[in-house]
Design a binder for this molecule. Structure first.
Ligand code: VGL
Ligand code: ZN
Length: 197
């Protein structure tokens, strides 16, 4: 085994999923312990930025009557309403000014748990010669799971940032099951130490 195989290099990008105020404690769809991902992601961001590698950040960006909201028959309380405070990236998240932001689930009729459902993300990544994605953020059992699944299905190598994800856990072990599923599908789970050593 090559000990340095997770040191970020050309062809890699960091992908931060939905680290938005509404998913943090106090937010409208708070993910338990969701704020714990922020300082860890800042470390990953620093490593990628210093190496001149791309950083992507997806965000849930819903209209106020989005189909995923309970009033519309969906599962969730209203959250991440476009341009609201709650839809903002976590204040303490140090996204670089060059971060490429992907807004998803922007129309009333459709939900997108995966950023690959918008903006031909796979095509953009291929054009940029990116073939390996380091993925972390919120929530493990929804948007991280679906983004990882699609990334793998499009043929990208996926490195799951195990110390920078947290789950909603509608059922108590949803997060664990999601992690197992991502690994079964081909993702490798690492922690920060492996990108710095
Ligand atoms: C998410 C539930 C509803 C997520 C988004 O980002 O994981 N979860 N909308
Ligand atoms: Zn949503």
């Amino acid at each position: 085994m090559n000990a340095k195989q997770y040191i970020p290099r050309t062809g890699d990008a960091l992908f931060v999923v939905d680290v938005q105020n509404d998913f943090l404690p106090g937010g409208r769809l708070a993910v338990p312990d969701g704020d714990a991902v922020v300082p860890v992601l800042n470390n990953y961001i620093e490593v990628f930025s210093k190496s001149g590698l791309s950083v992507f950040a997806s965000r849930d960006w819903h209209p106020k009557d989005h189909c995923s909201f309970r009033e519309q028959g969906g599962l969730w309380p209203p959250h991440c309403i476009a341009a609201s405070e709650g839809a903002g990236f976590a204040r303490d998240l140090h996204l670089p000014p060059t971060a490429q932001v992907i807004s998803k689930a922007t129309s009333k009729e459709m939900d997108n748990y995966s950023a690959f459902e918008v903006d031909d993300l796979a095509g953009q990544l291929r054009d940029m010669k990116i073939n390996r994605l380091f993925i972390g953020g919120l929530a493990t059992d929804y948007c991280v799971l679906n983004t990882v699944r699609d990334a793998l299905a499009y043929g990208f190598t996926v490195v799951l940032l195990g110390d920078a994800i947290r789950s909603v856990n509608v059922h108590p072990d949803d997060g664990l099951k999601a992690e197992e599923q991502m690994i079964r599908l081909g993702a490798t789970r690492i922690t920060l130490q492996q990108v710095t050593e």
